[in-house]
Write a protein that binds this ligand. Sequence first.
Ligand code: FMN
Length: 223
Amino acid sequence: MAKIVGRKKGSDKVSVTNAEIQKEEVKLPDFNIDQVNALIENRRSIFPKDYSGEIIPKAKIETLLKNAHWAPNHGKTEPWFFKVFAGDGLKKLAEAQSRIYKELSGDAFEEKKFNKLANRPLQASHVIAICMKRGSNPKIPELEEIEAVAAAVQNLWLSATSMGLAGYWSSGGVTYKDEMRDWLGLGAEDKCLGFFYLGMPANGWVKPHRQSGWETKVEWVEG
Ligand SMILES: Cc1cc2nc3c(=O)[nH]c(=O)nc-3n(C[C@H](O)[C@H](O)[C@H](O)COP(=O)(O)O)c2cc1C
C-alpha cells in the first residue's frame, strides 16, 4: 500500500505524492496480449432492444465501477461520478428524462422521442449516469476532466465486454440539459456526459466493425 502523506482539511480524500507512489514496487502479472487485443476489438455498442431482460448481478456492476476508478486523470482529481439506476430506479430515470424532454421541447415535441425516453431505460438491467464532477484543482482544464471520465468509461466498457455484458453509451435526449444535470444532483460546474446502458445480450454478440484501417489514423515522424 502507498503511504498516506496528507489529508486536506475538511476532505475525506487522502493525498499521496507521485514520488511516494513510484517508490512502491509491484510485480506485473503476465498479461496475454492476444486476449487483450481480442477484448478491445470485440467491444461493441449493443443496444437495449437487443437485451434479454435478465438482471445482471450487482457484484458484476460493482466490478465495472471499480475498474472505471482506475482511469488515468490529471492532478489526481478523479473527476468521474456514476449514478447507477436499477430496479425501480430505472422507472425514475425514464420518468425524469421524458418529463424534462416534454417540458423543454415546446412546439418541437415529438411523441416518438418522448416514448423512447420513457421506455428505453426499462429495457436495461442497469443504466449508469456518466458524470463529470469538477475537481477542486482549478489548474486542470475542464476538457481534461472530461477526458478522464471518458477513459473511465472505456475501462468500464472493456470490463463489461470481458464478462459478456452488452452495453452502450447514450448521449441523446436531454443528456446535456441543465435540468438533467440538476436532477442528477450535480453542481453547476459538473456535467452529465451520457448514460451507459447495460443488459444481457439476447441475440449473441455483434461483429466488430471500423470504417477505416488504424494506419489511416497514424502519422509517424521518425527522422
Ligand atoms: C461519447 C459517446 C456518445 C455516444 N452517444 C450515442 C448515442 O446517443 N446514440 C447511439 O446510438 N450511440 C451512441 N454512441 C455509441 C456509438 O454510436 C458507437 O460507439 C459507434 O457507433 C461505434 O460502435 P461500437 O461502439 O460498436 O464500436 C456514443 C458513443 C460515444 C463514445
